[in-house]
Design a protein around this ligand. Structure first.
Ligand code: NDP
Length: 411
């Protein structure tokens, strides 16, 4: 199974494109499609500037409205793509998945489907859209790997590795995401502000004591002491992977923590309390109808413009606790990525890098048959070892820290 169609031409797609080019000997013909074809072309230009193509081959740009499932299916047929990496906005997931079911191509995404009209879904989030199509995938023999960025994605594989190799039973999974980098701007989100703020305006769901628990954003915080980035404050946040890990490890507590500085929290709180994060239109005295969130987005820096000046590191990992031979054990499985290194290699900041490399590793595993499972899965349902081995080789090495020390995961 070969030939890849990338959907979307944003920050993550830039990384996916470079990494696919670097591995086109395994992946075959490459195509990238988005609403704005000029953005696809700019990505292709940067791929060629860096000389990223491993061997001479096809890499073409296409204009596509991914909300139109029939158009996506047609493009899959026209390009002969057998693997679709969907890194468009999360609003297009279901139409792209349907196109894959209709054409038999493998499907991947890096975020849960979102309905633009709903601010927060009820848990488990995958149950509202994705899992309803599992049977259809199985019938069509379509491989669909959900949420295969870094978080969700690699962190799900880390949880599975901990459960398989480090303990007999898992009692808790805490995923911690720290960006200790600095973009040098007074305030900016690292991704599309609309998507970024949506993540923090809804209810914070966690799975504890065998049930869904609810909190508000920034209500529960604690300090973590992590490798490389040191002591950092992180807050319990709702996140995709909590919803699949809770289903696959129902006896364990599953929580997600994201690091925020006081400055981010202050700005966010002011914007939210003023009503500037609202998606409901308001009328100005002049009769102009505006959506506050769209105005905020328009005045904030374009996240992709941050990459050249971004310095520092990210540390994302899973602290997994459990029981081994009757004793309590814990392991922290993690990756450290560097913003500047990412920019030098693929022209993106480190967070896009950590999200964009994993789906390419998965595409390579589908292409060589290892992960071409012909059904719909979340990442923790797959054998993590071939995936982590490949990630070591293509830019996202995994380390473990436990009572025996801090070392590469497979040392
Ligand atoms: P961007 O906002 O930078 O890019 C989104 C792209 O999607 C744009 O190029 C946009 O098109 C395209 N798009 C939106 N609607 C359509 C449509 N109807 N048809 C075709 N293309 C469309 O996002 P990012 O690159 O930052 O993120 C991409 C995805 O990755 C998101 O789903 C995000 O949530 C996820 N993500 C996952 C992470 C993880 O670790 N799991 C981490 C970071 C992000 P255009 O510009 O051409 O109009």
């Amino acid at each position: 199974k070969r030939n890849v169609l990338i959907i979307g031409a944003g920050g993550v797609a830039q990384v996916v494109a470079h990494k696919c080019a670097q591995n086109n000997d395994v992946l075959g013909d490459l195509h990238i499609a988005s609403r704005t074809v000029a953005k696809c072309q700019a990505i292709l230009d940067s791929v060629h500037e860096k000389g990223a193509m491993k061997q001479p081959g096809v890499f073409k740009a296409h204009a596509l409205d991914a909300m139109d499932s029939a158009a996506v299916a047609q493009l899959i047929r026209d390009t002969g793509a057998r693997i679709v990496i969907n890194v468009g906005s999360p609003f297009v997931n279901m139409t792209v998945l349907q196109a894959c079911i209709d054409t038999g191509a493998a499907y991947m995404d890096t975020a849960i489907h979102e309905d633009p009209a709903k601010i927060c879904e009820t848990p488990p989030w995958y149950g509202n859209y994705e899992w309803k199509r599992r049977e259809a995938c199985e019938k069509a023999g379509v491989t669909a790997i959900l949420g295969i960025g870094f978080d969700p994605g690699v962190v799900n594989a880390y949880a599975r590795l901990a459960a398989d190799d480090y303990m007999d039973t898992v009692t808790s999974i805490d995923i911690v995401d720290i960006n200790a980098g600095s973009h040098g701007r007074w305030f900016s989100t690292n991704f599309d502000p609309e998507i970024n703020f949506r993540e923090f305006t809804g209810t914070v769901y966690s799975w504890q004591n065998g049930a869904w628990q609810t909190n508000t954003m920034f209500e529960v915080g604690r300090e973590w002491d992590l490798p490389v980035v040191g002591k950092q404050k992180a807050y319990m946040t709702g996140h995709d992977e909590v919803h699949s890990l809770a289903a696959n490890y129902p006896d364990a507590d599953v929580r997600f923590w994201m690091g925020f500085g006081d400055h981010y929290i202050n700005v966010f709180t002011v914007l939210k309390n003023l009503g500037l994060l609202s998606e409901q239109p308001v009328k100005t005295a002049e009769g102009l109808e505006v959506i506050p969130l769209k105005v905020v987005k328009a005045v904030l820096p374009d996240p992709s413009s941050l990459a050249p000046d971004y310095v520092g590191k990210t540390c994302i990992g899973d602290l997994v606790k459990g029981i081994k031979d009757g004793k309590e054990v814990e392991v922290f499985i993690y990756n450290v990525a560097d913003h500047k290194d990412a920019y030098n290699e693929v022209g993106s900041q480190g967070i896009s890098y950590t999200a964009g490399v994993p789906p390419v590793a998965a595409a390579m595993l589908i292409a060589n048959g290892t992960w071409d499972i012909g059904t719909m899965v979340n990442v923790e349902e797959l054998d993590p070892k071939p995936f982590l081995t490949l990630l070591d080789q293509i830019g996202l090495p995994t380390r473990v820290k436990d009572a025996a020390g801090d070392r590469p995961w497979n040392a």
